[in-house]
Structure formats: structure tokens, C-alpha cells
Design a protein around this ligand. Sequence first.
Ligand code: R5P
Length: 307
Amino acid sequence: MPDASTTSNDKGEQKDFGIGIPVETKGFFLKGSAHLGWGMQNRLSRIFNPESGRAVMLAFDHGYIMGPTTGLERIDLAIPPLAGYADCLMCSRGALQSCVPPELNKPVVMRASTGATVLKELSNEVIGVTVEDAVRLNASAVTAQAYVGAEGERASLANLAYLINEGNRYGMPTLGVTAVGKEMVRDSRYLGLACRVIAELGVHFVKTYYCDPGFDEVVAGCPVPIVIAGGKKIPEIDALTMAYKAIDQGASGVDMGRNIFCADDPVAMIQAVRAVVHKNEKPEKALELYNTLKCERSKACACAASK
Ligand code: R5P
């Protein structure tokens, strides 16, 4: 029986409507995302930690253009030990369904573009994954590259527009990646332009490269959150310093691949990156953490081997 009285329940107890307590109308923690729908905001809250407002994304989509990249020869071995320390995974559909255990239960940003490899012109991409399939695979966002100023500029912007339009139908955010064509310079003028162009198109967050000087202006000119790509493998202290500077200048996180999975100790490195991103740890302190964890882990391995 539905309880018919508006003032008491079926046991005769007074109902509590919290009269006098106003309904809280909260904003949303992510830059430029306050007016998005519930599904979008919920998915973005899986990628970005609502407490810090930041994300450590683990990128391992490199194979989609490069084949078996160093460090990712066996995704099934390389990624599961790191996944627990990542806020989110970024990968291709094929890698996800063949190598990532569903039980890891991590949010996924799915690479949806294809059509080019390192053997030919990279900017010549199309969309290869429907948003419907990304929903089926429980992705939290979809992504494609924008080749602003390159041969495939028009096609790559059309790819992003397609993802944004389709994604909007399902509450699926789109990450826009600013790929830098061969003739482009990774300076704040170019990156600022590329980030702004794709943000105006409607991407919900942007991945770009760190640049010095002027990264703070790239961030300020982009109305949605920016995460930085790690780029080629560099010494651990340099990668941590780059992450620190980017966060300090307003980045909302990193989407890092090679500087994690190609590190001497990837599990220690991702924890050091995490300390920088979520706790503003200084690079030297984060390197100390890296070295301590690395040392502890190698002792544990030696100990296990001697048993
Ligand atoms: C490139 O193939 C992908 O978009 C990567 O996800 C991106 O470059 C980030 O990885 P990394 O930190 O290795 O540059």
C-alpha cells in the first residue's frame, strides 16, 4: 500500500521533509563543465578526481599508429600492475578488449580515430569506433587527434566534431588531442591556438604538450581542462619536473605513457607522478619517492627470488 498521508508514514511517525533546509545548488568542480548534463559530469568525475580536480591518465594507445612500441610489447603484462595507481586508462578498443581485465574496473578514455600509421602521413585519420560501441565497452570518454595546421586539419577537426555530436547524444565526453604536425613548433602560440580551436568546437577536455615559456597562457586561453602528454622518454627527474610545472601553471593532470611504462620502475614512477599531480609534490621530493619505492620493490623481488 502506498503511504497516503502527507504528514505521517504508515507507522504514524512524522515524515521529515527537511522544511527550512534549502536544496543545495552546487557548481561542478571542473573548469568549463558546469553546464553539462548529468551523464557527462558523472563520466568526467570518474576520470578527474573530484577532490583534487585532477587526473593521472595512463596512456597506452601508442600501438594504434606505432605497432608494438617499446614497453608495450605485452599490454597484458605491462598495464595491470600500473592500473591501480592510474585514475583512468587511455587505450584503443582492441587493446581494451583483448588485454585489459574488466575486473580492473578503471574508467577508460577510448581512442576512436584510425586510418594512419607512422609509415605514412599521420594526419590522415577517420573515426573507427562508434560512440555506441564505446558505450557498450563502458568508456568514460572518447578521443581523436586534431592536426591543426597540418595536411589533415579539416578531416581531423571533422572527426572531433563527429565524436562530439555523437557523444552528446549519449552523455559521452570527448577528449581532443592536439597532435603536432611535422612542420609545427610546439610553442605556446601554436599550442594555444590548437587547444582553443578544439575547445570552441566543443571537446570536453584537451590533451596537449607542455611548453616553456607560455604554458600558463595556453591553459588560460582554453576554457576546458587541459592534461599534458608525456612525450618521448626522458630522465625521470625531467618528466616529474615537466609534470610539476604543468600542474603549477594550471594543468588538470597528465595523460602519460612512455615516461611511465618505459621508466626503470614503471610502478614506482606512476606513484611519483601521482604525488606531483594530486599532492603538488615538488619534483625532487617525487624523485625521492620514486627511488625509495624502486629500492623497496627491488629488495622485495630479490627476497622473493631467494625463497
Ligand atoms: C600517441 O600515440 C598517443 O596519443 C599517446 O597517448 C600520447 O602521446 C601520450 O603518450 P606519451 O606520454 O607516451 O606521449
